[in-house]
Design a protein around this ligand. Sequence first.
Ligand SMILES: *Cc1c(COP(=O)(O)O)cnc(C)c1O
Length: 389
Amino acid sequence: MKIPFVDLRAAYTELQQELDAAYFRVAASGWYLLGPETEAFEAEFAHYCGVRNCVTVGSGLDALFLILRALEIGPGDEVIVPSHTFLATWLAVSSVGARPVPVEPDAVTYNIDPARIQDAITSRTKAIIPVHLYGQPADMQVIGRIAAEHGIHLIEDAAQAHGARYRGRRVGSLSIAAAFSFYPTKNLAASGDGGAVLTDDRALAGRVRLLRNYGTRDRSHFEVKGSNSRLDELQAALLRVRLRYLDAWNARRAAVAERYIKSLAGLPGLVLPQNPEWSEPVWHVFAIRHPCRMQIQEHLTSASIGTLVHYPEPIHLSGAYADGRWPSGTLPLAEQMAAEVLSLPMRPQLGDLEVSLVIQEVTTAVRQCTRTNGAASARESNVPRMPVG
Ligand SMILES: *Cc1c(COP(=O)(O)O)cnc(C)c1O
């Protein structure tokens, strides 16, 4: 049995009739941008998130970028971002000419550590962008309090967390504005690129609407220097179909996660995702952590089980940010995460038998590694380590 890490064809096949009908409806309509499907999806997704306004855009990166532009954040400003996230969170900040200021993760959620934010705030700080990484909500109440105290904007990067709840409320509704991505592997997926900005602030929504379409409302007058960042009608129609299945598909991810957690608990040196009581995650990624990450991944590969690392290169050490501001060792927790995390197969179409096989092979690999290396968790290091377990 082969277990690929992603299988987008299986996700398509399950909804094929409805997706095909949506596709042909748009193809035959002769209306391909900023039309009825986009408007309907915006209303439906806003309602789903419990937010007043949804403005669709071309990608998740653009959603973040356009929020920052709409808030007039730019050169000379600083924006606090997680040290451990996907590159896009930092890149959006750099793209408006502002400076990303990374803050290290906490050991439970792997999200930005609220206790470390205070020290990163300066007179130039304009916003904080917590990421609901792997589908796990960040501690928004605590972070929101810090933001309010300092009069800085709170923005969510919700690109991995469609449908997740924080203290009973959907992510995307917990800040001045939230960015979503509909990249094909996300929990709510387009068949191509797409993104959205969610906000209760009507004026802010209006500015993003203007910026996504060349800065014009009527195609004759150009009020500001905007972008071309529109979701097309076809993607909107496909997203309307998939939105109806989002809760059910997230529940299937949760069932897989529950089996992984139950069956892998207690393996030596293995750290499993943990769930604070205020959190209902949506398991975009199921990331385990182990000092023998490489050996475990090699074993799973040889057993035809696909895995990925989210993310193998700490952003501050990447070529994109190699301007010397953060030499190796300056963000040790981000570096440790990059060295130790491993994402197991996680998708709604994963069968019981496949989950059993993953569990069996991870168990074998961890035991093997522990035998070869002695106490696997005892790897010596002079950087402060995240607690195990
Ligand atoms: C996917 C992702 C983005 C960017 O979304 P794109 O649609 O690929 O531009 C931003 N932030 C995070 C955390 C993501 O996972």
